[in-house]
Structure formats: structure tokens, C-alpha cells
Design a protein around this ligand. Structure first.
Ligand code: NAP
Length: 277
């Protein structure tokens, strides 16, 4: 036990929906750590002041969620290469001198989730098709490339946004029109929904997956609902599927380890704790 409880948390606006307090709370009690993980609603205009104050209050670090994920990069004292490439940070660690180190663990969380549920799969197996070009898609594309994908095709409703993402990621990345998705399906080994379609309160991702190979790994970043229509359709076509909850769980692990000094396990008990009503 440390002399004082270790403090960490999550900053965003709004913050009430965040599952991170429950997730970190589960780990804190599981490992018997004397610490607290605090949700903090932080308005945009207060972000700079808050980042200077939290280390002085004894915080070891925080997770960052909407709308601050991009803004924190400009305020951090150091930024990891992967956070710079993605253009956003979700994990901040404070040094003893109050310096802010920004990292992005969304990509490694995405990959760890796939590897946990489909251990024989690797991005090197073939081309990947990524739907969407927002912040989450940036993390997905970067980590598919670093895991050896020979080609990553981005199909986004707004093609220009996909092209901007392509330009920052290099020669193995291509873009396609949203209308081309069906014709691309037979050639890909991995299909990722990183749009917000299918999320509770949003329209479903209405794509006909006929023509997809039954070996293609299909994954959805949406985790509410846990089983989306998109994943159900893929499963009916015999494709292996992975839901998005594991990405949320795995992206949290590096921050927990840095702040609380314990490498946490992502297991069924954690999933159930986060899913509990
Ligand atoms: P974002 O930056 O707002 O991007 C949203 C994406 O969805 C854009 O590509 C947008 O296309 C597309 N989109 C929205 N409405 C659409 C429609 N009607 N038709 C076609 N495309 C549409 O959001 P984000 O941060 O990337 O997050 C995307 C999703 O990933 C969300 O559901 C989020 O909850 C989820 N996510 C999950 C995790 C996890 O841990 N599992 C982590 C991060 C994010 P345009 O560019 O054309 O607008």
C-alpha cells in the first residue's frame, strides 16, 4: 500500500456515459490497490488549467475522451509517435515534475482485442477494408499497418476525409467510394466498422455483406449494442466476428499499468463488470 491513495481519472464533456470508472474500479478492487479513478467533467476553456492542476493535486494521469482528444496534443509536454500519427491522445501520464506525456492506446486496444478473440489472425493475412475515417479509424488504420497489413482500403461517406487519412498513413493505404464497398468485399481479409453507424440512437450500418469470404474477420468498434446487425450478418455468412467492447477494455490497460503499477488482465469478469446494468 502506498502512503496516499493513487489518483487517476477521465476527463471529458459530457462524462456521465463513460464506462472507464467502472472498468478501472473493477481492477482497483481486484488487485487490492489503494487508489481512486475519478470521472471529471472538464469544459474546453478549462482544459489547459486542469492539465496544469491535476498533477499538483497528486494525480498520476488521466484518460481523455470527447471533446479533448485532439486538443490535449497541443497542451502536452511530450507526445508519443503513435499519438502524433493518430492525431489524438486518450491516455495522459503526469511526471513528478508535472509534465504531461500524451499517448494513444486505441490502436493497441483494437489489435489486442482481435488477437485475444482470434489468436490465429494477423493483419498480415491480407488487405483490410476500414469503414469510416474519423478519430477511431485513424487508430485502426495505423495499427493494421504496423501489424503488417499489405493494404488498407478506407471507405468513408465523405471521401475527402478518407483521402486526408490516406495521405498521412503512407503508400499501403488506398481510398474507395462508399458505393464500392460491395465490390471490395471478396478481396479483403479483414473488415472493420469504425463509423458510428449501428450505435444506439444511430441508423444501422446497412451494407449487404454477400460476397465476403467466410474466412474474413469482421469487427465492429461499436459496443452499444454489443451485437450489431452488421456483426450478426457477418456471423450468418460464417465469418469470424469480434465485438467492440474488448477494444475499450484493452485500451485502458496501459494507462492502468502506468498509473497504478499493475498490469491488469482483460477477462470475462471485467467484461461482465462493465456490462452490468
Ligand atoms: P467520428 O470521429 O465522429 O467519426 C464518425 C465516422 O462515422 C465518420 O467516418 C463518419 O463519416 C461516419 N458516419 C457517421 N454517420 C454516418 C452515416 N450516416 N453514413 C456513413 N458514415 C457515417 O467518431 P469516432 O471517434 O471515429 O468513433 C466512431 C465509432 O467508433 C463510434 O461508434 C465510437 O463509439 C466507436 N469507438 C469505439 C471504441 C472502442 O473502444 N470500442 C473506441 C473509439 C471509438 P463522415 O466523415 O462522412 O462524417
Amino acid at each position: 500500500m502506498s502512503e496516499q491513495p493513487i489518483l487517476a481519472g477521465v476527463i471529458g464533456d459530457p462524462i456521465g456515459h463513460s464506462k472507464s470508472p467502472r472498468l478501472h474500479g473493477h481492477w482497483l478492487s481486484r488487485y487490492g490497490i489503494d487508489g481512486h479513478y475519478v470521472p471529471m467533467r472538464v469544459a474546453r476553456e478549462d482544459l489547459k488549467k486542469v492539465l496544469r492542476t491535476l498533477p499538483k493535486l497528486g494525480f498520476s494521469g488521466v484518460n481523455v475522451t470527447i471533446p479533448h482528444k485532439e486538443d490535449v496534443l497541443k497542451l502536452a509536454d511530450s507526445v508519443t509517435d503513435r499519438a502524433a500519427l493518430i492525431g489524438a491522445a486518450n491516455t495522459l501520464t503526469f511526471t513528478k515534475k508535472g509534465k504531461v506525456q500524451a499517448d494513444n492506446t486505441d490502436g493497441v486496444g483494437f489489435l489486442a482485442n482481435l488477437k485475444q478473440h482470434q489468436p490465429d489472425w494477423s493483419a498480415g493475412a491480407g488487405p483490410a477494408l476500414v469503414l469510416g475515417a474519423g478519430g477511431a479509424a485513424r487508430a485502426v488504420v495505423s495499427v493494421l499497418l504496423s501489424d503488417g497489413a499489405p493494404e488498407v482500403i478506407i471507405a468513408n461517406r465523405t471521401r475527402a476525409r478518407g483521402e486526408t487519412l490516406q495521405e498521412s498513413m503512407g503508400a499501403r493505404v488506398k481510398t474507395a467510394d462508399w458505393a464500392q464497398i460491395s465490390e471490395l468485399l471478396p478481396q479483403v481479409s479483414c473488415l472493420v466498422n469504425s463509423t458510428s453507424l449501428g450505435m444506439e440512437g444511430q441508423p444501422p450500418l446497412a451494407i449487404d455483406l454477400t460476397g465476403i469470404r467466410p474466412t474474413t474477420l469482421v469487427t465492429d468498434l461499436v459496443y452499444a449494442p454489443l451485437r450489431t446487425e452488421f456483426l450478426d450478418q457477418a456471423a450468418q455468412l460464417s465469418c469470424p466476428t469480434v465485438d467492440g467492447l474488448g477494444m475499450l477494455l484493452h485500451q485502458a490497460a496501459p494507462g492502468f499499468e502506468r498509473w497504478f503499477g499493475q498490469r491488469p488482465e482483460v477477462d470475462e469478469a471485467l467484461r461482465q463488470a462493465v456490462l452490468a446494468p
